[in-house]
Ligand binder design. Structure first.
Ligand SMILES: Nc1nc2c(ncn2[C@@H]2O[C@H](COP(=O)(O)O[C@H]3[C@@H](O)[C@H](n4cnc5c(=O)[nH]c(N)nc54)O[C@@H]3COP(=O)(O)O)[C@@H](O)[C@H]2O)c(=O)[nH]1
Length: 699
């Protein structure tokens, strides 16, 4: 035991930590080698000395005060002291531990202590604190929002230099996942960036935009995993660098490059780009289109008389009107000066392509010919300015042409419009020009024809299964002054497109009603039912039902002898209103026949709702009914459908005995077609009916 104590004492003596014992008066009773070295005295001088004899007074005072705390308190203490160690010129920061020593009675008889040099640790701690402060200062100085998120986008901390950068108050982010705070697409981008940072150690460059109460803001994300903390899910530092200003600048550069700064319309570059794109698309798809080059007539004179401010204002207002003339997907651009281009695309889906192009050109012409209110000059001078435009048109979709070729063609056509006295439209393609001219002439002729009464109704007999005449279909004919007799195929579509069908259709109905009233007075014709074709535009015209009621009343025509033929397209558009109008007319006694039946899309459920009297099998099915088994099946199905709906079914276009036999065999009871009679002028029709008496009709 003695030996052990001696070895322990020897070890303590040699420890490179100062260890000592003092009595209650503060005199050293023991100091190890390092402690003696520390004060630079031999042990014989240290033992029995006190701190005031060994250390500078300030340090000695501190030591003594601490010793007294231990002696009086009977408890160990630890405190920081600064000492100058042997061979070290600098003051060292030390942690001094003092422990009370007790005698056999439990009274404090002294103090044991040791001192550990913590200078390095202290320095590291101080550096760490400084680093943390520096880091906090850096974050504080960051102009961008920064978040601490976990892999699910849940927010644990944030920094924002300006709350208006965020879509919601910053506190809203705390404890919530980004998917709860951001719209789905933006949240997805943030989560992708977090995942990428988890996999690759970093993510940068992902851009997203958010709508804030202060407008749209753009951000670029930089994400890095934070240091791992035991027992805590991985967190990520997410820096959102604001790009709004850069984006706006990019947008500005883009706008300057591709848009006309005055009118905000696409400029020549963008228009050519779109045209080239359309032409490239045309190579793969059916992407027909047209280029319309529009030049304001006499623009220079406006500039010369009223100055450039007036000219600029006209260009801006003309551009606005031009925008209103085109469909979504088409382009209106300003080439420069007073020249505009309209690019019409995807015309392949339009039935009357030429009609559509022409209609757009007409609309542009009309819109730009409406007076413009221009106010300019320092005194706010205002003028009412009326201009006209010359339009050159070329189309694409035929043999390959480049964008420049097309512009040149439209330009040539536009100059032809100018040479023709301005305020004109010209097509580059001579055939197209001829067709358009023809259409324009026909339109003018049609207007004159309505005014001067060049129309006549022909009547085509409708026959029952036993060969008796049940009625007639009124079919319009136009006695054109130079072209002779024209069938509806030559002008009805134009009349519909131009709205002339309304007065024309009125004339047809009025003539038919007068005819019915006249037939009603004669026994040989009083049983005839007259079918009249009514076009979609005419039927949808406000006040149509009142017009028919008024005609019946004025002419004295029996309503139950009038049948209106409608096509499915009339009924599919604005269906509810069409049904209401049909019901009103039905209540007067008028019947309805569904024309061209089988070529449309009517569903059984829909047909059941219509107050119809008759289905008319389209002549295209009758034509091949004897040779094409599927046409025969269609005919039988329509007959069965009519039967189940309680409707009569008439077959049109019956030309042969074989067709009649097959139709009769299939259960058809009413017919119309050349086999029974061609459409005839009134006198001839009446003569044929008298020769072949009419079937008795229920009153
Ligand atoms: N809105 C209005 N549309 C009208 C009016 N009048 C006629 N039309 C529409 O024009 C279409 C063509 O009429 P049309 O050239 O007179 O042709 C009709 C008959 O001549 C023809 N037909 C009759 N029988 C036969 C035949 O056996 N073979 C054959 N190849 N053709 C025949 O069919 C036309 C009648 O068709 P539909 O009206 O479907 O019964 C005409 O379709 C009307 O839509 C009008 O006043 N207003």
């Amino acid at each position: 035991m003695k030996e052990d104590n001696a070895r322990l004492r020897e070890a303590i003596d040699r420890l490179s930590v100062p260890i000592y014992m003092k009595d209650v008066d503060g005199r050293y009773v023991y100091a190890n080698d390092f402690a003696c070295e520390l004060v630079g005295r031999p042990r014989s001088e240290v033992v029995t000395a006190n701190d005031h004899e060994l250390f500078p007074p300030e340090l000695a005072d501190v030591q003594r005060a601490n010793d007294l705390r231990v002696i009086e308190g009977g408890e160990p203490i630890a405190s920081e002291v600064y000492l100058r160690f042997p061979h070290s010129p600098e003051l060292r920061c030390c942690l001094s531990f003092k422990q009370p020593l007790f005698d056999a009675h439990g009274d404090v008889e002294g103090v044991a202590g040791l001192t550990i040099d913590i200078t390095e640790r202290k320095r590291q701690e101080e550096e760490l604190v400084a680093l943390k402060d520096d880091f906090a200062a850096i974050i504080q100085a960051l102009p961008d929002p920064m978040f601490e998120l976990d892999i699910n986008g849940c927010c644990y901390a944030y920094h924002t230099p300006d709350d208006s950068l965020l879509p919601a108050a910053p506190s809203v982010f705390m404890g919530r996942a980004v998917s709860e705070v951001l719209p789905p697409e933006e949240a997805r981008i943030v989560l992708d960036a977090l995942r990428e940072a988890a996999e690759k150690g970093r993510s940068s460059g992902k851009v997203f935009k958010v709508e804030t109460p202060h407008g749209t803001r753009w951000f670029e994300l930089s994400v890095a995993p934070m240091a791992k903390v035991e027992g805590r899910p991985q967190r990520f530092s997410v820096l959102s660098r604001e790009l709004t200003a850069r984006r706006q600048m990019e947008q500005q550069i883009h706008d300057l490059a591709f848009f006309d700064p005055l009118t905000r319309l696409p400029n020549r570059r963008l228009m050519l780009d779109r045209l080239e794109h359309a032409l490239a698309g045309h190579a793969h798809l059916d992407n027909d289109g047209a280029v319309l080059l529009i030049d304001l007539d006499h623009f220079k004179e406006l500039n010369d008389t009223h100055g450039h401010a007036a000219g600029d204002q006209l260009l801006v207002k003309a551009a606005e009107r031009l925008r209103g003339c085109i469909r979504q997907g088409d382009t209106a651009a300003r080439l420069g000066g007073d020249e505009f281009v309209v690019l019409l695309e995807n015309l392949d889906g339009i039935f009357d392509r030429l009609g559509h192009i022409n209609m757009v050109a007409d609309r542009i012409s009309q819109e730009l010919s409406r007076p413009f209110h221009l106010s300019f000059g320092q005194n706010g001078e205002t003028i009412l300015y009326q201009c006209s435009v010359s339009i050159g048109i070329t189309s694409f979709g035929g043999p390959d042409a480049t964008a420049t070729d097309l512009l040149r063609q439209a330009d040539t056509a536009m100059y032809q419009a100018k040479s023709a006295g301005r305020n004109a439209v010209r097509f580059f393609d001579p055939e197209m020009q001829a067709a358009v001219t023809e259409r324009a002439n026909l339109h003018a002729d049609l207007r004159d024809a309505i005014r001067s009464g060049q129309f006549e109704l022909y009547y085509q007999v409708q026959t029952t299964f036993d060969g008796l005449s049940s009625g007639a279909e009124a079919l319009l004919r136009w006695w054109h002054p130079t072209r002779g007799l024209l069938s509806p195929g030559a002008f009805i579509q134009l009349a519909e497109e131009t709205g002339l069908i309304v007065p024309l259709g009125h004339w047809v109905l009025e003539t038919a009603c007068k005819q019915l009233a006249s037939w009603a007075g004669r026994p040989e014709t009083s049983g005839l039912v007259l079918s009249v074709n009514v076009s979609a535009r005419q039927f949808q015209q406000p006040g149509f039902t009142e017009e028919v009621a008024e005609l019946l009343q004025r002419t004295g025509a029996p309503a139950n002898r009038l049948k209106i033929e409608l096509t499915e397209s009339v009924l599919l558009e604005h269906a509810e209103e069409a049904i209401r109008n049909m019901e009103r007319l039905c209540s007067l006694g008028i019947g309805f026949s569904l024309d061209d039946f089988g070529t449309g899309y009517s569903s059984l459920a829909y047909l059941k709702r219509l107050p119809l009297t008759q289905l008319k099998i389209d002549q295209s099915f009758v034509r091949h009914v004897t040779t094409d088994p599927s046409d025969a099946t269609i005919v039988r199905t329509i007959l069965a459908l009519g039967d189940s709906l309680g409707l009569s079914v008439i077959a049109e276009g019956v030309e042969t005995e074989d067709q009649l036999a097959l139709l009769a065999q299939s259960g058809c009871k009413d017919y119309q077609g050349y086999l029974f009679g061609h459409p005839l002028p009134l006198r001839e029709f009446e003569a044929s009916v008298i020769a072949n008496p009419s079937a008795p009709q229920p009153n």
